[in-house]
Design a protein around this ligand. Structure first.
Ligand code: HEC
Length: 150
């Protein structure tokens, strides 16, 4: 094989390899893989998201409110270990647990949307529902799950 062709072949192979690497990297980035987190640290994050929303409300910074609302709406899922613990502890009641979680998700998303539209009253409306959702789940299940963890 002439030397010149050999070199250009090399170049083509290297270019292709590079392209594939970039493609593989991108697809990894775009695959929606829900992040997982143990339950207690996740709850601490939710608490700090509520602080963020509060700060946005009192400083009338809608971007900050949106950030907090989004973060709650897209919160990570429990690790497999914690999911098992909760399922085994709650049994049939698991449905109710999930429904509290869904209320929080849905209305946190509504907070973010209301923030985009700069509608403070709507934000407060959904904020109260989120807060109620947090507290409802705690009242119903927190002690039981905390105890099961020990
Ligand atoms: C679907 C049920 C559920 C919802 C909804 C929920 N929590 Fe929790 N939360 C729990 C459970 C269960 C625990 C106790 C976990 C444990 O101790 O093992 C907990 C514990 C906590 C703790 C204490 C963490 C610690 O350090 O011990 C905080 C803070 C908290 N949640 C904040 C929130 C906030 C803020 C929201 C709403 C935005 C919320 N939670 C919504 C189930 C829920």
């Amino acid at each position: 094989m002439p030397k010149k062709m050999d070199r250009s072949l090399h170049l083509i192979v290297i270019t292709l390899l590079l392209a594939f690497t970039v493609m593989a990297f991108q697809s990894e980035l775009t695959t929606v893989q829900p992040k997982t987190m143990p339950l207690v640290p996740m709850m601490r994050v939710l608490l700090s998201d509520m602080y963020t929303i509060d700060e946005g409300i009192y400083t009338e910074d809608f971007a900050v409110i949106e950030k907090g609302g989004k973060s709650i709406a897209e919160h990570p899922v429990m690790t497999e270990e914690d999911k098992k613990l909760v399922k085994n502890t709650l049994g049939e009641e698991m449905q109710r647990f999930i429904s509290f979680d869904m209320v929080v998700h849905r209305h946190a998303d509504s907070i973010a949307q209301a923030a985009q539209q700069k509608k403070m009253n709507d934000i407060l409306h959904h904020y109260k529902i989120v807060q109620q959702g947090c507290v409802d789940c705690h009242t119903a299940f927190r002690k039981e799950i905390s105890k099961a963890r020990k």
